[in-house]
Design a protein around this ligand. Structure first.
Ligand code: UD1
Length: 455
């Protein structure tokens, strides 16, 4: 795996290995400025949307992360010409020669990504068939694709399970459908959007996810010629059209990366200006920063985060938008190990998203995970059967340890924990962090982190 594709640490910098293992000396506040680019969770989907156009699309603010590299090569395997634009971070995607790809080729390029599932609708429209290999993604639960396949069947697709993946075909084309999602899944909502825009007739989607990245995808599709209306109560109405053209779009900023650096400032007691972060998409996160005793200053070109004083315990529950995003909880938990009192984090979106806390406990954090969740009078959303809770009692002094990164956000949290801890930690398997964080080592370096790349 290419782990350093997005880093350019200066000559004489600290690259000593392949970028999989870091030696981190913690105890220093992280301070300085980082820039966040387009959201991973929008950019990769907008790249897939380009398949639907009959002319080239131009996407700006594309981060150099490995998930983008994976989607780029998957598009290329399907005959899309992808060029770097004149400006850094611009991609030109020309889908005029789209063709079928072999399952083995798709499998070889998909890596650990779940994005191939979103190729289904566009490829069914373009070619009448699509293949998807066994899907990866972060190991944070089973991450099933039943909502996706059920929706595709409703559009008229025939789904055939093969030993190596899934083959879909649409012998009679795709038609509009009435679909109700059992849960407002981000990916399944995107699946419906990317399929319905070119299906014959009207599609009504109930129980849709309404994350800002989905709204940005809708904006992309509207630029291409789609007709999508957003009705009250999570309903989307999509009127299928015969033809879509390319788009030009600047991606919404990555609010997950922004929240990660904010938590790093809180955890290490530093001060980080996150260039490109905007208030609207982060309202829920900012409320929690304030409640926990953090401080922020919203500026024209970004948001400055710092510890306002001693951190205080909070209770949060992850939820679909506009709730507290599940990707925000792991970095926040590192900050909560430094807060006075008992914090509770209810995870309601995924069934296995506290595995990363084992490493924090090894470093001295006081965290108890309740795999069945906790009943709590403060709960805002109904319980889900997969729910879990973590109780974090602080403040605790973290000490260095030898730890291994489990997944993208958990991995980021491990690095931040090591930067908060006294002594020299060894953090392994950090390459996975490049799936979602652009120039991660460069950014750590510019914030004053003391680390070496040792393997
Ligand atoms: C996306 C984001 C991820 C974020 C998540 C929730 C991308 C690339 N990733 O992931 O960062 O954490 O939204 O905001 O955009 N589910 C099913 N069946 C399905 C699909 C989903 O049961 O067919 C369940 C999942 O297991 C999970 C829940 O629905 O419990 C939410 O998943 P979903 O919103 O689909 O997440 P992703 O789109 O994979």
């Amino acid at each position: 795996m290419t782990t350093l594709l997005n880093d350019t640490m200066p000559a004489g910098g600290r690259k000593g290995g392949t970028g999989e293992t870091l030696a981190i000396r913690g105890g220093r506040p992280l301070s300085g400025r980082v820039e966040v680019k387009g959201a991973k969770n929008l950019v990769t989907k907008a790249m897939v949307a380009s398949l639907l156009g009959d002319t080239a699309s131009i996407l700006h603010d594309v981060p150099v992360i490995s998930d983008v590299a994976v989607v780029r090569s998957l598009l290329e395997v399907h005959g899309v010409r992808v060029d770097d634009g004149h400006d850094q971070g611009t991609l030109v995607l020309d889908p005029r020669d789209v063709e079928s790809a072999h399952m083995e080729e798709i499998d070889a390029h998909a890596g650990a990504s779940r994005i191939p599932i979103l190729f289904c609708g566009p490829l069914l429209h373009r070619l009448g068939e699509a293949f998807i290999p066994d899907l990866g993604g972060c190991r944070i639960g089973d991450r099933p694709i039943d909502f996706h396949l059920d929706a595709l069947r409703k559009f008229g697709a025939v789904v055939e399970k093969l030993p190596s993946g899934i083959r879909l075909s649409a012998p009679r084309g795709l038609h509009g459908a009435n679909i109700t999602l059992p849960y407002p899944s981000v990916g399944a909502t995107e699946q419906v959007l990317l399929t319905a825009v070119r299906a014959r007739g009207v599609t009504e989607l109930k129980g849709a996810a309404i994350e800002p990245e989905i709204m940005d995808l809708i904006a992309v599709l509207q630029k291409m010629g789609a007709i999508i209306s957003y009705e009250p109560n999570r309903v989307l109405l999509i009127e299928g059209v015969d033809k879509l053209s390319g788009y030009e779009h600047r991606a919404i900023f990555d609010r997950n990366e922004a929240a990660s650096w904010a938590s790093a400032a809180l955890a290490t007691g530093g001060e980080i200006f996150v260039g490109g972060a905007k208030q609207q998409e982060m309202l829920t996160f900012l409320n929690v920063v304030r409640k926990v005793g953090g401080d922020f200053d919203i500026r024209e070109d970004g948001i400055l985060f710092r510890r306002g004083g001693d951190l205080r315990a909070v209770t949060v529950e992850t939820d679909v938008h506009p709730g507290f995003m599940t990707d925000w909880q792991q970095p926040l938990i590192v900050a909560l190990t430094q807060a006075t009192g008992e914090s509770i984090v209810h995870e309601t979106v995924y069934e296995n998203r506290f595995g990363f806390t084992d490493a924090l406990v090894k470093m001295g954090a006081d965290i108890t995970v309740h795999p069945q969740g906790l009943q709590d009078g403060l709960r805002r959303v109904p319980r889900r059967s997969l729910e879990q809770a973590a109780i974090i009692t602080g403040p605790t002094k973290l000490t260095a340890a030898d730890i291994t990164v489990p997944d993208l956000r958990g991995g980021y949290s491990h690095v931040i924990a090591a930067l908060t801890a006294r002594g020299e930690s060894t953090v392994r398997n950090v390459g996975i962090i490049s799936r979602g964080y652009e120039k991660f080592f460069d950014k750590l370096d510019s914030l004053g982190a003391d680390f070496d790349i040792v393997g």
